[in-house]
Write a protein that binds this ligand. Structure first.
Ligand code: ZN
Length: 176
């Protein structure tokens, strides 16, 4: 079965609304809500709705969303795009002390990128038992000889992010 989320002439508009979190309370939920908003942008461009934010010291350094289908690029995951932007912002490949927020547990590529970029912490909403590489399917963070480990938190805004992705796939299946 081929999966082409761009096919068809249907309006891809996401039926879910964005969050408008208070800037006064910059906790994990605040940043995850911004990542969720990016995921909605992904949906509106006909991509699987996953969003990511890189934050440091209370400031959003970079954010982006999955664009695999719209860019026809298998590496255009939300985390990779956000990490690239953050590196450009810092002028450095090391994202030391930064936190990556993402609506779904990072895949092998993105978990690898998070570790390679020396990100301090990864916070994800829903775990992925199929491809998640920070504990869901396997854990790249526990490579015995690795010289960097990320701190991991999960479950932030889990229900919303899960419903968003499940609804997207339901809509795609109806369309096909
Ligand atoms: Zn990925």
């Amino acid at each position: 079965m081929t999966k082409n989320y761009n096919k068809g002439l249907h309006n891809p508009t996401c039926p879910f609304g964005k969050f408008f979190p208070s800037e006064l309370n910059r906790d994990d939920l605040y940043y995850m809500q911004l990542a969720y908003n990016e995921a909605i942008d992904a949906w509106n461009e006909n991509n699987v709705p996953i969003g990511a934010v890189v934050a440091l010291n209370g400031i959003v350094i970079a954010s982006d969303h999955n664009q695999v289908d719209s860019m026809r690029d298998p590496t255009a995951h939300a985390e990779i795009l956000a990490i690239n932007k953050a590196s450009q912002y810092f002028g450095d490949w090391r994202l030391i002390d930064s936190t990556l927020y993402v609506t779904k547990e990072p895949c092998p590529m993105c978990a690898g990128a998070a570790i390679m970029s020396r990100i301090r912490r990864v916070v994800f909403a829903i775990s992925d038992p199929k491809m998640g590489c920070l504990g869901g399917a396997t854990n790249l963070n526990s490579l015995p000889n690795s010289n960097h480990r990320v701190k991991i938190s999960s479950g932030v805004l889990e229900k919303h992010c899960r419903v968003l992705i499940q609804s997207f796939f339901k809509k795609v299946r109806i369309r096909e």
